[in-house]
Design a protein around this ligand. Structure first.
Ligand code: 45D
Length: 322
Protein backbone atom coordinates (compact mmCIF):
# COMPACT_ATOMS: atom_id res chain seq x y z
CA UNK A 1 0.00 0.00 0.00
CA UNK A 2 1.35 3.43 -0.91
CA UNK A 3 2.22 5.71 1.98
CA UNK A 4 0.07 8.82 2.29
CA UNK A 5 0.81 12.05 4.13
CA UNK A 6 -2.63 11.92 5.70
CA UNK A 7 -2.05 8.56 7.34
CA UNK A 8 1.53 9.52 8.22
CA UNK A 9 0.20 12.53 10.16
CA UNK A 10 -1.56 10.17 12.53
CA UNK A 11 1.32 7.91 13.51
CA UNK A 12 1.70 7.67 17.30
CA UNK A 13 -1.32 9.99 17.65
CA UNK A 14 -2.52 7.97 20.64
CA UNK A 15 0.70 8.83 22.51
CA UNK A 16 0.18 12.58 22.07
CA UNK A 17 -0.97 14.93 24.81
CA UNK A 18 -2.72 18.17 23.70
CA UNK A 19 -0.39 21.14 24.09
CA UNK A 20 -1.61 24.14 26.13
CA UNK A 21 -0.16 26.48 23.48
CA UNK A 22 -3.14 26.56 21.05
CA UNK A 23 -5.54 27.13 23.96
CA UNK A 24 -3.50 30.13 25.10
CA UNK A 25 -3.39 31.53 21.57
CA UNK A 26 -7.16 31.05 21.25
CA UNK A 27 -7.67 33.16 24.39
CA UNK A 28 -5.35 35.81 22.95
CA UNK A 29 -7.22 35.86 19.64
CA UNK A 30 -10.43 36.79 21.44
CA UNK A 31 -8.95 39.99 22.89
CA UNK A 32 -9.54 43.39 21.31
CA UNK A 33 -6.56 44.80 19.44
CA UNK A 34 -5.56 47.22 22.22
CA UNK A 35 -5.85 44.40 24.76
CA UNK A 36 -3.69 42.19 22.54
CA UNK A 37 -0.97 44.84 22.37
CA UNK A 38 -1.13 45.37 26.13
CA UNK A 39 -1.03 41.62 26.81
CA UNK A 40 2.02 41.20 24.57
CA UNK A 41 3.87 44.06 26.19
CA UNK A 42 3.18 42.73 29.71
CA UNK A 43 3.98 39.15 28.73
CA UNK A 44 7.20 40.22 27.01
CA UNK A 45 8.41 42.41 29.87
CA UNK A 46 7.41 39.81 32.47
CA UNK A 47 9.27 37.09 30.58
CA UNK A 48 12.23 39.48 30.24
CA UNK A 49 12.84 39.24 33.98
CA UNK A 50 14.11 35.70 33.54
CA UNK A 51 14.93 35.25 29.84
CA UNK A 52 15.70 37.68 27.03
CA UNK A 53 16.34 37.03 23.37
CA UNK A 54 19.83 37.60 22.03
CA UNK A 55 20.13 40.95 20.26
CA UNK A 56 19.80 40.46 16.52
CA UNK A 57 22.98 41.38 14.69
CA UNK A 58 23.28 44.58 12.67
CA UNK A 59 22.82 42.68 9.41
CA UNK A 60 19.46 41.28 10.46
CA UNK A 61 18.26 44.59 11.92
CA UNK A 62 19.12 46.34 8.70
CA UNK A 63 16.34 44.42 6.95
CA UNK A 64 13.83 46.09 9.29
CA UNK A 65 15.58 49.43 9.55
CA UNK A 66 13.53 51.50 7.13
CA UNK A 67 10.29 50.66 8.95
CA UNK A 68 11.86 51.32 12.36
CA UNK A 69 13.20 54.69 11.20
CA UNK A 70 9.74 55.71 10.01
CA UNK A 71 8.15 54.66 13.30
CA UNK A 72 10.72 56.51 15.42
CA UNK A 73 9.86 59.79 13.68
CA UNK A 74 6.10 59.45 14.24
CA UNK A 75 4.07 61.16 16.93
CA UNK A 76 2.80 58.80 19.64
CA UNK A 77 -0.72 58.35 18.20
CA UNK A 78 0.68 57.31 14.84
CA UNK A 79 3.03 54.81 16.48
CA UNK A 80 0.05 53.30 18.25
CA UNK A 81 -1.86 53.15 14.97
CA UNK A 82 1.01 51.27 13.30
CA UNK A 83 0.93 48.67 16.05
CA UNK A 84 -2.85 48.38 15.81
CA UNK A 85 -2.51 47.89 12.04
CA UNK A 86 0.08 45.16 12.59
CA UNK A 87 -2.08 43.34 15.13
CA UNK A 88 -5.16 43.77 12.90
CA UNK A 89 -3.21 42.53 9.85
CA UNK A 90 -4.47 45.67 8.13
CA UNK A 91 -3.57 46.56 4.56
CA UNK A 92 -1.61 49.69 5.54
CA UNK A 93 1.87 50.54 4.23
CA UNK A 94 3.98 49.44 7.22
CA UNK A 95 1.79 46.44 7.97
CA UNK A 96 2.12 45.38 4.33
CA UNK A 97 5.93 45.69 4.29
CA UNK A 98 6.05 43.75 7.55
CA UNK A 99 3.93 41.03 5.95
CA UNK A 100 6.72 40.33 3.49
CA UNK A 101 9.35 39.92 6.23
CA UNK A 102 10.74 36.50 7.09
CA UNK A 103 10.00 35.11 10.55
CA UNK A 104 13.41 36.12 11.86
CA UNK A 105 13.18 39.65 10.45
CA UNK A 106 9.76 40.01 12.09
CA UNK A 107 11.29 38.95 15.41
CA UNK A 108 14.23 41.35 14.95
CA UNK A 109 11.79 44.19 14.16
CA UNK A 110 9.88 43.61 17.41
CA UNK A 111 13.07 43.12 19.38
CA UNK A 112 14.25 46.57 18.33
CA UNK A 113 10.82 48.11 18.87
CA UNK A 114 10.90 46.65 22.41
CA UNK A 115 14.28 48.32 23.00
CA UNK A 116 12.88 51.62 21.74
CA UNK A 117 9.92 51.20 24.11
CA UNK A 118 12.25 50.63 27.06
CA UNK A 119 14.11 53.82 26.04
CA UNK A 120 10.83 55.76 25.82
CA UNK A 121 11.23 56.49 22.10
CA UNK A 122 8.22 54.40 21.10
CA UNK A 123 5.05 54.09 23.13
CA UNK A 124 4.24 50.54 24.28
CA UNK A 125 0.57 51.01 25.11
CA UNK A 126 -2.13 53.27 23.65
CA UNK A 127 -2.55 56.43 25.74
CA UNK A 128 -5.60 56.31 27.99
CA UNK A 129 -5.71 52.51 27.67
CA UNK A 130 -7.94 50.70 30.18
CA UNK A 131 -7.16 47.03 30.64
CA UNK A 132 -10.07 44.63 30.30
CA UNK A 133 -10.31 41.55 32.58
CA UNK A 134 -9.62 39.27 29.61
CA UNK A 135 -5.98 40.38 29.52
CA UNK A 136 -5.43 39.07 33.03
CA UNK A 137 -6.92 35.71 32.04
CA UNK A 138 -4.48 35.29 29.16
CA UNK A 139 -1.55 36.48 31.29
CA UNK A 140 -2.41 33.91 33.96
CA UNK A 141 -2.62 31.16 31.32
CA UNK A 142 0.75 32.28 29.95
CA UNK A 143 2.41 32.17 33.38
CA UNK A 144 1.54 28.47 33.65
CA UNK A 145 3.47 27.66 30.48
CA UNK A 146 7.13 26.70 30.60
CA UNK A 147 9.64 29.09 28.97
CA UNK A 148 9.84 27.05 25.76
CA UNK A 149 6.06 27.28 25.41
CA UNK A 150 6.00 30.99 26.28
CA UNK A 151 8.47 31.90 23.55
CA UNK A 152 6.44 29.79 21.12
CA UNK A 153 3.31 31.82 21.92
CA UNK A 154 5.20 35.10 21.43
CA UNK A 155 6.79 33.89 18.21
CA UNK A 156 3.40 32.82 16.90
CA UNK A 157 1.86 36.26 17.56
CA UNK A 158 4.81 37.96 15.86
CA UNK A 159 4.52 35.68 12.81
CA UNK A 160 0.78 36.29 12.48
CA UNK A 161 1.00 40.08 12.62
CA UNK A 162 1.06 42.24 9.52
CA UNK A 163 -0.93 42.10 6.29
CA UNK A 164 -1.25 38.57 4.91
CA UNK A 165 0.77 38.79 1.71
CA UNK A 166 0.42 35.11 0.78
CA UNK A 167 -2.51 35.76 -1.57
CA UNK A 168 -0.78 38.56 -3.47
CA UNK A 169 0.66 37.72 -6.86
CA UNK A 170 4.43 37.27 -7.24
CA UNK A 171 4.56 40.58 -9.15
CA UNK A 172 3.91 42.45 -5.91
CA UNK A 173 6.77 40.74 -4.02
CA UNK A 174 9.69 42.94 -3.05
CA UNK A 175 13.07 41.66 -4.20
CA UNK A 176 14.13 38.67 -2.11
CA UNK A 177 16.81 39.62 0.38
CA UNK A 178 19.71 37.53 1.55
CA UNK A 179 19.17 36.62 5.21
CA UNK A 180 22.21 36.69 7.48
CA UNK A 181 23.15 33.37 9.08
CA UNK A 182 22.82 32.74 12.80
CA UNK A 183 26.07 32.16 14.64
CA UNK A 184 25.99 28.73 16.25
CA UNK A 185 26.06 28.88 20.04
CA UNK A 186 27.20 25.31 20.60
CA UNK A 187 29.44 23.17 18.44
CA UNK A 188 27.31 20.54 16.75
CA UNK A 189 27.70 17.03 18.06
CA UNK A 190 29.09 14.95 15.21
CA UNK A 191 27.90 11.55 16.39
CA UNK A 192 24.31 11.57 17.55
CA UNK A 193 23.17 8.95 20.06
CA UNK A 194 19.51 8.34 20.76
CA UNK A 195 18.49 5.68 23.29
CA UNK A 196 16.49 3.01 21.46
CA UNK A 197 17.14 4.33 17.93
CA UNK A 198 19.71 3.24 15.36
CA UNK A 199 17.82 4.22 12.17
CA UNK A 200 20.49 5.79 9.89
CA UNK A 201 18.12 8.27 8.21
CA UNK A 202 17.11 9.69 11.58
CA UNK A 203 20.64 9.94 12.96
CA UNK A 204 21.87 11.55 9.72
CA UNK A 205 18.93 13.98 9.78
CA UNK A 206 19.80 15.25 13.26
CA UNK A 207 23.50 15.47 12.39
CA UNK A 208 22.79 17.45 9.22
CA UNK A 209 20.34 19.81 10.94
CA UNK A 210 22.83 20.48 13.76
CA UNK A 211 25.34 21.59 11.12
CA UNK A 212 22.80 23.67 9.13
CA UNK A 213 23.56 21.29 6.27
CA UNK A 214 20.08 21.50 4.75
CA UNK A 215 21.10 20.00 1.39
CA UNK A 216 22.19 16.88 3.25
CA UNK A 217 19.02 16.85 5.34
CA UNK A 218 16.83 17.21 2.23
CA UNK A 219 18.63 14.36 0.46
CA UNK A 220 17.35 12.03 3.20
CA UNK A 221 13.72 12.69 2.20
CA UNK A 222 11.77 10.94 -0.58
CA UNK A 223 10.98 13.42 -3.42
CA UNK A 224 7.35 13.63 -2.26
CA UNK A 225 8.37 13.61 1.42
CA UNK A 226 6.94 16.07 3.93
CA UNK A 227 7.92 17.94 7.08
CA UNK A 228 5.25 19.15 9.48
CA UNK A 229 6.38 21.92 11.87
CA UNK A 230 4.55 22.40 15.20
CA UNK A 231 0.91 23.53 14.72
CA UNK A 232 1.32 23.74 10.94
CA UNK A 233 0.32 21.83 7.84
CA UNK A 234 2.87 19.53 6.23
CA UNK A 235 5.38 21.16 3.88
CA UNK A 236 5.71 18.85 0.89
CA UNK A 237 8.62 18.23 -1.49
CA UNK A 238 12.35 18.97 -1.49
CA UNK A 239 12.11 22.54 -2.76
CA UNK A 240 9.50 23.71 -0.25
CA UNK A 241 11.20 21.97 2.68
CA UNK A 242 14.59 23.46 1.73
CA UNK A 243 13.12 26.97 1.60
CA UNK A 244 11.46 26.48 4.96
CA UNK A 245 14.63 25.14 6.58
CA UNK A 246 16.78 28.00 5.30
CA UNK A 247 14.29 30.51 6.71
CA UNK A 248 13.34 28.89 9.98
CA UNK A 249 15.65 26.08 11.01
CA UNK A 250 19.02 27.83 11.06
CA UNK A 251 21.19 27.62 14.14
CA UNK A 252 18.89 25.22 15.98
CA UNK A 253 20.53 22.89 18.46
CA UNK A 254 18.74 19.54 18.42
CA UNK A 255 19.27 17.17 21.31
CA UNK A 256 17.15 14.05 20.85
CA UNK A 257 17.33 11.80 23.92
CA UNK A 258 15.25 8.64 23.49
CA UNK A 259 12.95 7.00 21.04
CA UNK A 260 11.16 3.91 19.85
CA UNK A 261 11.13 2.28 16.46
CA UNK A 262 8.28 0.11 15.22
CA UNK A 263 8.74 -2.02 12.09
CA UNK A 264 5.67 -2.20 9.86
CA UNK A 265 4.60 -5.21 7.75
CA UNK A 266 5.28 -3.29 4.51
CA UNK A 267 8.92 -2.71 5.48
CA UNK A 268 8.43 0.89 6.55
CA UNK A 269 9.30 2.08 10.04
CA UNK A 270 7.59 4.44 12.45
CA UNK A 271 9.71 6.21 15.03
CA UNK A 272 8.91 8.57 17.84
CA UNK A 273 11.81 10.44 19.40
CA UNK A 274 11.70 12.98 22.20
CA UNK A 275 14.27 15.51 23.27
CA UNK A 276 15.12 19.16 23.60
CA UNK A 277 15.67 21.86 20.96
CA UNK A 278 17.30 25.25 21.53
CA UNK A 279 16.72 28.27 19.29
CA UNK A 280 19.59 30.67 18.49
CA UNK A 281 17.36 33.49 19.81
CA UNK A 282 17.65 32.18 23.36
CA UNK A 283 20.59 29.77 23.19
CA UNK A 284 21.11 27.44 26.13
CA UNK A 285 18.76 29.45 28.38
CA UNK A 286 15.56 27.95 26.93
CA UNK A 287 15.02 24.29 26.12
CA UNK A 288 11.94 23.33 24.15
CA UNK A 289 10.60 19.85 24.82
CA UNK A 290 9.62 18.33 21.52
CA UNK A 291 8.90 15.08 19.72
CA UNK A 292 9.80 14.01 16.22
CA UNK A 293 7.49 11.44 14.61
CA UNK A 294 9.22 9.87 11.60
CA UNK A 295 7.83 7.60 8.91
CA UNK A 296 10.74 5.95 7.09
CA UNK A 297 9.92 4.14 3.83
CA UNK A 298 11.16 0.59 3.06
CA UNK A 299 14.15 2.09 1.18
CA UNK A 300 15.29 3.97 4.29
CA UNK A 301 14.18 7.45 3.15
CA UNK A 302 12.17 9.91 5.22
CA UNK A 303 8.62 10.01 3.88
CA UNK A 304 7.29 12.15 6.72
CA UNK A 305 8.45 13.84 9.89
CA UNK A 306 6.27 15.82 12.29
CA UNK A 307 7.70 18.06 14.97
CA UNK A 308 5.43 18.47 17.98
CA UNK A 309 5.73 20.71 21.01
CA UNK A 310 5.22 18.57 24.10
CA UNK A 311 2.65 19.48 26.74
CA UNK A 312 5.05 18.90 29.66
CA UNK A 313 8.49 17.46 30.46
CA UNK A 314 6.77 14.25 31.65
CA UNK A 315 5.75 13.68 28.06
CA UNK A 316 9.42 13.26 27.11
CA UNK A 317 9.13 9.70 28.42
CA UNK A 318 5.67 9.07 27.02
CA UNK A 319 6.68 6.98 24.00
CA UNK A 320 4.63 3.81 24.22
CA UNK A 321 1.18 3.43 22.78
CA UNK A 322 -1.38 2.77 25.47
O1 45D B 1 5.71 45.60 22.74
O2 45D B 1 13.57 19.03 13.08
C1 45D B 1 5.74 41.86 21.16
C2 45D B 1 11.84 22.79 12.74
C3 45D B 1 4.58 42.87 21.00
C4 45D B 1 12.63 22.14 11.60
C5 45D B 1 7.03 42.52 21.46
C6 45D B 1 12.21 22.21 14.10
C7 45D B 1 4.49 43.83 22.05
C8 45D B 1 12.70 20.69 11.66
C9 45D B 1 5.76 41.16 19.85
C10 45D B 1 5.41 40.89 22.24
C11 45D B 1 12.15 24.28 12.63
C12 45D B 1 10.35 22.57 12.53
C13 45D B 1 7.01 43.80 21.99
C14 45D B 1 12.81 20.96 14.17
C15 45D B 1 5.77 44.48 22.29
C16 45D B 1 13.06 20.17 13.01
C17 45D B 1 8.33 41.87 21.22
C18 45D B 1 11.75 22.87 15.33
C19 45D B 1 8.26 44.53 22.28
C20 45D B 1 13.19 20.38 15.49
C21 45D B 1 8.51 40.54 21.28
C22 45D B 1 12.17 24.05 15.79
C23 45D B 1 9.72 39.84 20.95
C24 45D B 1 11.55 24.77 16.89
C25 45D B 1 10.96 40.57 20.59
C26 45D B 1 10.60 24.11 17.79
C27 45D B 1 9.67 38.47 20.99
C28 45D B 1 11.88 26.09 17.00
C29 45D B 1 10.70 37.59 20.62
C30 45D B 1 11.28 27.02 17.88
C31 45D B 1 10.45 36.24 20.61
C32 45D B 1 11.74 28.31 17.97
C33 45D B 1 11.37 35.25 20.12
C34 45D B 1 11.12 29.33 18.78
C35 45D B 1 10.93 33.97 20.05
C36 45D B 1 11.69 30.57 18.82
C37 45D B 1 12.71 35.66 19.66
C38 45D B 1 9.90 29.02 19.53
C39 45D B 1 11.64 32.89 19.48
C40 45D B 1 11.11 31.67 19.50
Amino acid sequence: MALTIQSAQNIFSNTQVPSPIPATIALFDQLSVDDQLAYLWYAYTEMGKTITPAAPGAARLQLAESLLTQIKKMPQEEQTQVMRDLANRADAPISRSYGFFSVNTKLAFWYELGELMKQGVVTPIPSGYQMSPGVQVVLEATKKLDPGQQITVLRNTVVNMGFDTSDLGPSSYPKAVEEPAFARTAPSISSVKIDGVTEPAVLSYIEAMNADNFDKAISLFTPEGALQPPFQKPIVGHKAIAKYMREEAQGLNMMPKQGICEDQPDGSKQLKITGVVQTPWFGVTVGMNIAWRFLINPEGKIFFVAIDMLASPEELLNLRRV
